[in-house]
Design a protein around this ligand. Structure first.
Ligand SMILES: C[S@@+](CC[C@H](N)C(=O)[O-])C[C@H]1O[C@@H](n2cnc3c(N)ncnc32)[C@H](O)[C@@H]1O
Length: 301
């Protein structure tokens, strides 16, 4: 006899089917995640499967949910499975070409906007933009005239541009042409902005190669290696950025890094030792860990 959910493809029916497929890997978490997967695959809010339980689904909807379920069953993190990740007010397209944006990075936006408050206009740059998360949040929430973002990975730049295209109505309503993505190493693509940048944010790769094996499999086996680790005990990209940030930023400009709690003090020392910054400070994430290094470009040099 056909199971009730197989009689018509309703939201509740497909949630039940997805949960059955996820249960061997996820156990008791399967029901909740099935609801989350179906909602995200349908571009709906998380509560939607509960409120629209009896709504019918089209074959195209079902195919999209089945594809997402197959990716999740194969071990992909949920964001890659459903090809989207929330970031503050935004929903970003993500796939294996870019890091899945993290809540700590959402908090970095709060800290940057609070620090830049009252300084309307100006140029912000995001180095190592990945999905474009930081650049697009600053462009949609901040008061910057222009946001320019770089990434060494041309694949990541393609994803970031796609996300900017999807946000074009919002972005152009604020400031047409205000967000730009350039591929290249660290600050190299930004030479034309020397001395004119007000805010430089970066969440660079900060893990040492030797530490990659300690990462959870969902990160280690799925997220792009160049987004996670780099030479020099995880500090190579940070070092390159610090070395050029003094020339890029205008006097009084803000340098803001996200980093690993184990390296925050070392990053602060690098910034201090560069001689280009004062007010160097280590800030905490919402769980109290040292996760961000902020500094002001000296005005007296
Ligand atoms: C930790 S991910 C951060 C991505 C995104 N900003 C976020 O917070 O979700 C680091 C990013 O830096 C990029 N990257 C690695 N080395 C780089 C380099 N030398 N220059 C520019 N970008 C680099 C990676 O491709 C990756 O997209």
């Amino acid at each position: 006899m056909a199971r009730p959910e197989a009689l018509a493809t309703t939201v509740a029916g497909i949630v039940a089917r997805v949960a059955r497929q996820l249960r061997p890997a996820l156990g008791d978490a399967a029901d909740g995640e099935a609801r989350e997967l179906v909602a995200a695959a349908m571009h709906q809010p998380r509560f939607w499967p509960s409120t629209a339980a009896s709504a019918p689904l089209t074959p195209v909807d079902v195919a999209a949910i089945d594809a997402a379920t197959a990716r999740r069953v194969a071990g992909a993190p949920l964001a890659y499975a459903v090809r989207s990740a929330p970031f503050r007010a935004l929903t970003l397209y993500v796939d294996e070409r870019v890091l899945i944006p993290r809540p700590e990075t959402e908090h970095l936006v709060d800290l940057v906007l609070a620090t830049a408050q009252g300084k309307a206009g100006g140029v912000a740059v995001d180095v190592g933009t990945g999905s474009g998360a930081l650049a697009l949040a600053l462009a949609t929430e901040g008061e910057f005239t222009r946001v320019v973002a770089t990434d060494l990975s041309a694949d990541a730049i393609a994803v970031a541009r796609e996300n900017a295209r999807a946000l074009a109505p919002v972005l152009s309503a604020r400031r047409p042409g205000a967000v730009e993505f350039r591929s290249g190493d660290a600050l190299a693509p930004l030479a034309d902005l020397n001395g004119s940048v007000d805010v430089l944010v970066s969440n660079p790769p900060y893990i040492a190669f030797a530490e990659v094996s300690e990462l959870p499999a969902s990160v280690r086996d799925w997220e792009p290696p160049q987004a996670l680790a780099c030479p020099d005990d995880g500090l190579a990209v940070t070092r390159t950025i610090v070395a050029g940030a003094g020339s890029l930023l205008r006097p009084g400009g803000l340098l803001a890094f996200e980093t690993d709690s184990r390296r925050a003090r070392a990053v602060a020392e690098l910034v201090e030792q560069s001689g280009s910054f004062d007010e160097v400070r280590v800030l905490c994430d919402l769980t109290g860990r040292d996760r961000y290094v902020f500094a002001s470009r000296r005005v007296d040099i």
